[in-house]
Design a protein around this ligand. Structure first.
Ligand SMILES: Nc1ncnc2c1ncn2[C@@H]1O[C@H](COP(=O)(O)OP(=O)(O)OP(=O)(O)O)[C@@H](O)[C@H]1O
Ligand SMILES: [Mg+2]
Length: 469
């Protein structure tokens, strides 16, 4: 066994039982420590750290159940197996409720004990593994990869830290790709609700006729096709955070319903009279101007005020160019790692070119450019030629019907003199038009579009994101 022997703590007030168990388990390769009672066991666990605890229930002083509860406070994932005589069966059940992994009844059988212990340790390993993975994901979603060192971003981080502790509704505004969703997740992850769900909803993506039931759920038979009850997003987010993305797209009836959720913390399922409670923290985001929407009568003013208690404005990337190298290097590093590529470097010229771009698509566009460059470039260096700035060129409206080639040329900036760059832009533009046509042809079905274009589904999705289709 290459792993260190699992450390098992044996707790029993009877000396001979401790001895028998130690011998049995020692033979099977476990490292055993014994304790004659609850207090001693607790001290050992605190001092040495153990992988599993086998404990008798009836002991003078701190008994098995008390020990279990104390151990769980020190380490909620600790595996505890209780050993019990028939007389204490009820206590064994109570122990299971208090978080024991399993119980063995006395007199015990050696194989059974070994088996239970082995399973308990296996579970412990799974829990550890899970925690490690969660931590990795958490770190990636959390501040760890929410990057920025510019004064503007430092201000944003400061506001997030302050507001995360509270339940205040926060409206996050900013251009597309500036990190609004990342900010919302970060508020959730840094606040007291971090262990509860974060439910993100794109208000523009739910068909109007399904919206009420998507948000609030429905009872069985509420409408044709409702052959099952549905929980709804609001109830799913209970105790956690509901993130309403593209809030300006919420239709008027839903605006009224959300006002009630915010004011009364109440909602009603479709087809049900009973009023339900929801303890929510609501965050929302938009890249439209809500005051403008209010002025033009499309958005309720009272709801706007409720949502806009705290406002965080995500600065466009062009106003914080000092963040570009930091972001670019991180995106490159991540892509290289994710795809198992050899390490790559950005040349100073490439970095300079990046720092000069207008980036109408903000951080998302920067990320796409680097992901593409990392995958497409040969060799270890990424130079200016490897960077493909699609959509960076100002020009007439995209998607002009007609010859894709002509459309592409129309989008060239007037001062474009470098032939190589021009060709790349035209190629990219042609690709964009062809992909968008293919998607139209198959009504947006990506699998079929991929077949049509002779691309893998994944490659297609990458390109859809790249071109913002
Ligand atoms: N400061 C940042 N650090 C690291 N990654 C970022 C940062 N800002 C944005 N990103 C990345 O850029 C992409 C876009 O971010 P996000 O989805 O949060 O933007 P958004 O403002 O919600 O965009 P949209 O308005 O288009 O929905 C994501 O991949 C995100 O991880
Ligand atoms: Mg978003």
């Amino acid at each position: 066994m290459p792993l260190p022997a699992p450390h098992v703590l044996i707790v029993d007030d009877e000396e001979h039982i401790r001895r028998i168990m130690s011998i049995m388990l020692g033979k099977r390769g476990y490292r055993c420590t014994t304790a004659a009672g609850g207090e001693e066991a607790l001290r050992t666990a605190e001092r040495e750290g153990v992988d599993a605890v086998l404990t008798d229930l009836m002991m003078p002083g701190l008994d098995g159940l008390g020990l279990l509860r104390r151990l769980k406070v020190i380490d909620p994932d600790i595996v505890v197996v209780v050993v019990t005589a028939f007389a204490t069966m009820e206590t064994a059940i109570e122990a299971m409720k208090a978080g024991a992994y399993d119980y063995i009844s006395k007199p015990f059988n050696e194989d059974e004990m070994a088996l239970v212990l082995e399973k308990a340790l296996e579970r412990r390993r799974l829990i550890d593994e899970n925690r490690r993975l969660r931590k990795e994901i958490g770190e990636r979603e959390d501040r760890g990869s929410f990057l920025g060192d510019s004064p503007a971003m430092r201000r944003v981080f400061g506001m997030i830290a302050k507001v995360a502790e509270t339940k205040a509704t926060v409206l996050i505004t900013g251009e597309s790709g500036t990190g609004k969703e990342l900010a919302a997740r970060s508020i959730h992850m840094n606040g007291p609700r971090r262990e509860r769900p974060f439910v993100a909803v794109n208000c523009g993506a739910i068909p109007a006729n399904l919206m009420e039931s998507e948000f609030f759920g429905h009872v069985r038979g509420a409408f044709t096709g409702a052959d099952r009850a549905k929980t709804g997003l609001v109830a799913e987010a209970d105790g956690g955070t509901l993130f309403l993305d593209e809030i300006s797209e919420l239709p008027p009836e839903m605006q009224a319903k959300f006002l009630r959720v915010l004011q009364e913390e109440e909602f009603r399922r479709v087809g049900e009279n009973a009023v339900r409670k929801a303890d929510l923290r609501v965050l929302s985001a938009t890249n439209k101007s809500l005051p403008q929407e209010v002025k033009e009568g499309r958005f309720r003013e009272d709801l706007y005020f409720r949502l806009n208690v705290v406002r965080i404005e995500m600065p466009p990337l062009r106003d914080r160019r000092e963040d570009i190298p930091l972001l670019a290097l991180r995106f490159l590093e991540e892509t290289v790692k994710r795809n198992g590529l050899p390490p790559k470097k950005l040349t100073p010229a490439a970095l300079k070119l990046l720092a000069e771009q207008p980036f109408p698509g903000n951080v998302r566009a920067l990320r796409n450019i680097l992901e593409q460059a990392a995958v497409m470039s040969d060799g270890e260096h990424i130079g200016p030629d490897d960077l493909l700035f699609t959509g960076a060129a100002p020009g007439p409206a995209p998607d002009a019907p007609g010859d894709p080639g002509a459309g592409a040329l129309l989008r060239l900036p007037p001062d474009m003199t470098d032939l190589k760059t021009a060709v790349r832009l035209v190629t990219a533009e042609t690709e964009r038009v062809i992909i968008s046509r293919a998607l139209e042809t198959v009504s947006g079905n990506r699998t079929r579009a991929a077949q049509l274009l002779g691309l893998s589904r994944r490659a297609l999705i990458t390109k859809i994101q790249l071109y913002g289709l």
